[in-house]
Design a protein around this ligand. Structure first.
Ligand SMILES: [Zn+2]
Ligand SMILES: [Zn+2]
Ligand SMILES: [Zn+2]
Ligand SMILES: [Zn+2]
Ligand SMILES: [Zn+2]
Length: 285
């Protein structure tokens, strides 16, 4: 496969091990990475030239060493003279002189071949973690280096909370988060409040809610008691009025009886007067 034109280095890098599986894994890894804090190491600065020979568990074969950078071939390409170099190394070399650094034969940039199979073989070589010096004991295939660095407990990362400038090992993030001034988390009870360590100690929306509920219950009980008292007063007023009405009815009945008696007496008196007057007239005649 001829390399007809210059390929963007970063694009070429991502295709270097040309494995879709690897790309899928790294995209997953970047999500974990963002959750656990940004890596504090600059990846791009380490990507020039080949891989550091010291990184490999077993000393790499001499054939896999780039003559230009003395590192293990990174994205190897073969010139027409069959010499193999890192792609970036030979492209930079050719900017200055268009001859092979090994055999001095002329090198045509358009006749450089990418060695995908060799690249894949190098990708399978076991390496030590770059954080070995910080204590990481892991070894893994070179192709998994990026993925490992996204989860490596010894990776130097930035604290993920906005405003915090702390850089620390990923494994120390949890310990740091317990004291970080910039730590923020929404209330786990779901009240919507965003809490810092300081406000979290005082925040107890559940207790507050219970206190409010108890205060409301007290208010409701007081209202109910007042209503009962009012009802009792109204009941006694109604009973009093009933008694008054009963008395009025009784007195009305008594007055009726008296009136009837008085009428009867008047009638009797009239009858007596009539009888008397009729008796007087007969004795007079
Ligand atoms: Zn090189
Ligand atoms: Zn050569
Ligand atoms: Zn590691
Ligand atoms: Zn912090
Ligand atoms: Zn809350």
């Amino acid at each position: 496969m001829a390399l007809q034109e210059r390929v963007h280095w970063a694009c070429f890098q991502s295709h270097c091990f040309s494995s879709n599986a690897l790309l899928a894994v790294t995209s997953n890894c970047s999500r974990t990475h963002r959750n656990r804090g940004q890596s504090a190491d600059s990846e791009s600065s380490t990507q020039s030239g080949g891989y550091d020979v010291e990184l490999f568990v077993d000393t790499p074969d001499y054939d896999l060493i780039c003559t230009i950078c003395q590192g293990v071939l990174r994205c190897p390409v073969r010139a027409a003279c069959h010499h193999i170099f890192c792609k970036r190394c030979i492209l930079q070399w050719l900017k200055r002189q268009e001859t092979c650094p090994c055999c001095r034969k002329a090198v045509n940039q358009s006749l450089i071949f990418v060695m995908f199979k060799l690249s894949k073989s190098i990708g399978r070589m076991k390496i030590k973690c770059k954080n070995e010096i910080r204590g990481c004991p892991e070894t893994f295939p070179l192709a998994e280096q990026y993925c490992h660095s996204m989860s490596c407990a010894y990776e130097l990362v930035h604290c993920p909370y906005p405003g915090c400038r702390a850089q620390l090992l990923r494994r120390d993030l949890d310990t740091h988060a317990r004291h970080c001034e910039h730590w923020r988390q929404p209330c786990h009870m779901g009240c919507g409040a965003v809490l810092s360590h300081r406000t979290q100690a005082q925040h107890n929306c559940y207790r507050q809610l219970r206190q409010e509920y108890a205060a409301k219950q007290r208010d409701h009980r007081a209202i109910a008691a007042a209503l009962q008292r009012k009802m009792r007063r109204m009941q006694s007023t109604v009973a009093h009025m009933k008694r008054q009405i009963g008395l009025i009815c009784e007195s009305l009945e008594v007055m009726d009886d008296l009136r009837e008696e008085a009428e009867e007496e008047v009638e009797e008196a009239e009858e007596v007067v009539e009888e008397t007057s009729s008796g007087a007239s007969t004795s007079g005649s």
